[in-house]
Design a protein around this ligand. Structure first.
Ligand SMILES: [Zn+2]
Length: 225
């Protein structure tokens, strides 16, 4: 707690003046263009990774960056928290991008692989069921990159499965079909600080460097999102 309190004082004295105008402009409204879905892991810091600022990202975090799929009528098969964040971001804020970002050495993915059903964490065990399709796919179809550790292989497949779960929401499906919403799968490698994006054509995660980022931006410009 001491570290947190010291950090608040540091923000107040050193950083807050730099953000004064931005916070004043954002005080009564927000218009982020991206819903960023990632893991609760303390090593994943979306604003730092994407050099983003207050007002840029609408963020939804949970253990394992999971999105419980929807039934045919668009109601979540999990609890309502994730679905509410999706509806708020897409319907009310009108974001044009949703990013699902997994990461290396994810404890949730290790738990899925270990089929962790510890009686001490019954909620966690049930929650991780939303990643079971990724585990099934890893077992039956194999990894996207066999040089990775098994839990990292699972983590990459899990990103793709959660994007499929997103598409089970009619709200998301319809906007994607209309070209108004773009879904991306990202993967963060903690040890190197590199971020990768899934490329459907090569069925692999490709590092986002300056050259690849320029390509992606050009592609998005064509799509108008
Ligand atoms: Zn994680």
């Amino acid at each position: 707690m001491r570290k947190l309190l010291t950090g608040i004082v540091d923000f107040h004295e050193r950083l807050r003046p730099q953000y004064a105008d931005r916070f004043r402009d954002l005080a009564f409204a927000q218009s982020p263009d991206t819903l960023f879905i990632t893991c609760s892991d303390s090593r994943v810091v979306p604003e730092l990774l994407a050099s983003s600022h207050p007002g840029d990202l609408f963020t939804m975090r949970n253990v394992g960056n999971l999105v419980p799929p929807a039934t045919a009528d668009g109601i979540s098969t999990g609890d309502l928290s994730e679905a509410s964040a999706i509806e708020y971001a897409v319907q009310l804020l009108g974001v044009s991008n949703i990013v699902v970002c997994g990461h290396s050495e994810c404890g949730a993915m290790k738990g899925v692989l270990a089929r962790n059903t510890s009686p001490e964490t019954p909620n966690l065990a049930k929650w991780l069921n939303h990643a079971n399709r990724a585990a099934f796919r890893l077992e039956h179809e194999g990894p996207l990159d066999d040089t990775l550790k098994p839990h990292d292989q699972l983590s990459q497949l899990n990103v793709l499965v959660q994007i499929e779960h997103l598409m089970s929401y009619p709200l998301v499906h319809d906007r994607v079909a209309a070209g108004e919403l773009h879904l991306s799968g990202w993967w963060f490698e903690i040890a190197t600080g590199d971020i990768y994006v899934y490329e459907r054509t090569s069925r692999s995660f490709k590092i986002i460097d300056r050259h690849h980022a320029d390509e992606l931006i050009a592609r998005l410009a064509v799509k108008g999102v």
